[in-house]
Design a protein around this ligand. Sequence first.
Ligand code: SAH
Length: 390
Amino acid sequence: MNIMVTKKSEKKFKGRYPLIQKEDLLDVPKSFSAEWIDFVDSKGQFIATGYLGEQNKGIGWLVNWQGCMDSSFLESLFVKAKNHRVAYENNESTTAYRLFNGEGDGLGGLIIDRYDDFAVFSWYNETLYQKKEEIIQAFRKSWPEIKGAYEKIRFSFHSLPESQKLFGSDAPEPLLVYENGVTYATYLNDGLMTGIFLDQKEVRGRLIEGIVAGKTVLNMFSYTGAFSVASAMGGSATTTSVDLAKRSLPKTKEQFEMNHLAVENQKIVVMDVFDYFKYAARKQLYYDVIILDPPSFARNKKKVFSVAKHYGDLVKDSVDILKKEGLLVASTNAANISLEKYKKMIVQSLEEKRVRYQFKETYQLPSDFKTNKHFEEGNYLKVFFIEIEK
Ligand code: SAH
């Protein structure tokens, strides 16, 4: 099947930009078939093979600019993906990492993560989901050592659960994985999330190295407390983890226990971070290090949070409860904000607060989260280590 793209969009697709939006097509079909499609320019000339599938963002992906899409193409993508991660495969102290990163590894809409001997597949549209058997078969050729897998359904489909078993044997609950020698408890079949965000491994690695040794660390939006555990393993004096989800308390305790760290030395607070900022200011609690890693968008009873609108407030509130000389670890996973814009937002808030600051380190996605150089928004993670003097 052939589909023509608009004259305006031709250029970006010939330049290997992979994500298709409705506006890019002359005629958007009423329903999307599970077939591979040849996308052609306004003269009918072949641009690339791809597929259509409704996603949270976009309606499909270009996949192969050379044409032919058979099972050997999928297999070759997996072989390449595996080779790219040899360093991880040979590293016994890190057993959880991304095996296949969608468009970064040549096929947008599919993500596969490794947790020890198990895999977690995330499907972002129904079209790839319909090709599941073919994909699993190709996957198992490249990774025969994977004993079992689960899947996350990340598109709206009423009769499917968010998470379920995909193949092979069951993973233990919790499944213990290592990252830079630190143990994390993960749950592979408990909703969309597993207990750890694998994209932050380098930032956690930096905390373990000792940059926060002897310091008091406040971890905002702490989820299962992974940054707190990494800080404690790196010798922090105390950690305080703040998250409004009730489950964060037992989950964070569990992560400390897995590493034989005394939970009594750590504070775990179930509270809205904006309330905690007020509480800490009132109680005159000051911290050497504050880690800010909010979701890019969140709705709770009181308000809607978005990074674009509210990150500056978080920075200003943090400055108020940092010690005279402190470290701010500012992180976001908002794909719609560029590194430059994000930095500008932070700088503006620091200028308003009239503090001295120095951007010391920058992190983006680690190498297992392979990115596509023609698709910049795919490198969504942005983390700055900023020294602040009041
Ligand atoms: N920093 C974490 C990941 C954060 S995920 C890590 O590295 O593992 C985002 C978390 O923010 C979720 O656990 C969610 O419960 C929490 N959250 C969202 N809005 C919040 C708010 N206003 N106050 C506190 N926590 C919030």
